[in-house]
Design a protein around this ligand. Structure first.
Ligand code: MF3
Ligand code: CO
Length: 260
């Protein structure tokens, strides 16, 4: 989901990045809560309701709620659902995988992260898919530093996934983030090294690879949101919000406090 084609990339000050980290800590706490609720028998709507309450209690607002009419506070995408699954009455069963995607706005700034969980015991095939999706994120993350280009990040994600035999979902991807949930630049999950936006300190963006088993053809369901793998094979998603900070990248959605 790229922002407008000709919007300038907004560089964040250290104070802005501190605010995004505060938003990101609420995202991390919300993910810890969601994770604690995942088991056979729970509905995706119950997870959404609990996360909504945590975010509001923390003084934040769920970034997705009302975004282009999106009706819930999180996205919950099960099995062949890739992204933007709408929580509801669906009850998780042993062997499912579920991608939880959470965004929080706090003090004017958004942060956004996603992870795919196992529900009870899952197949070895699904476990490997989840691990490869997280690995693809880290492959991209390790390219994030001053002087690299976004194409280096995209290429690293694509190469990591494809050399392991996974499909890379295109048409959806990462994005700049800050005072808006979606800003420029777009962060594609495929690309050419040395191409695209030059990375500079103060850039903040979400990196979010989506991998699937089999051909990476995606279709949107009639609900207007849920994106699924056309073949019906499973997909996984992993996302953090990061900031370029010289020779390294900061992860703004990682927990650095105990969840109590
Ligand atoms: N992480 C997703 C994204 O960046 C979640 C958006 S869900 C929506 O697009 F409901 F807000 F669209
Ligand atoms: Co995102």
């Amino acid at each position: 989901q790229a922002a407008g084609a000709d919007m300038p990339i907004v560089l964040k000050s250290p104070a802005d990045i501190d605010k995004m980290r505060a938003s990101g800590l609420v995202v991390a706490r919300a993910h810890a809560l969601a994770r604690s609720l995942i088991r056979p028998g729970v509905s995706t709507g119950e997870i959404d309701a609990a996360v909504h309450e945590l975010i509001v209690d923390a003084g934040g607002y769920p970034s997705f709620l009302g975004y282009h009419g999106y009706p819930r506070s999180i996205c919950a995408s099960v099995n062949e659902q890739i992204v933007h699954g709408i929580p509801g009455d669906r009850v998780l069963v042993e062997g499912d995988i579920i991608s939880i995607d959470i965004g929080v706005k706090l003090d004017g700034f958004h942060a956004d992260a996603a992870v795919t969980h196992a529900v009870g015991e899952i197949s070895e095939e699904k476990r490997a898919l989840i691990e490869a999706t997280e690995g693809a994120f880290w492959a991209g993350y390790h390219e994030v530093r001053e002087g690299r280009r976004m194409g280096d990040v995209s290429h690293a994600i694509q190469t990591y996934a494809e050399t392991r035999g996974y499909g890379v979902i295109l048409g959806y991807g990462g994005h700049g983030i800050g005072r808006s949930m979606h800003e420029d630049p777009h962060v594609s999950n495929a690309g050419a090294p040395g191409s695209g936006t030059l990375l500079r300190p103060g850039m903040t963006f979400a990196i979010e690879p989506m991998l699937c088993i089999g051909p990476p053809d995606a279709i949107e369901l009639d609900d207007g949101w849920t994106v699924v793998v056309a073949s019906g094979q499973p997909a996984a998603h992993f996302e953090h919000t990061v900031a370029v900070a010289g020779e390294e990248a900061l992860i703004l959605t990682a927990a650095v406090e105990p969840v109590v």
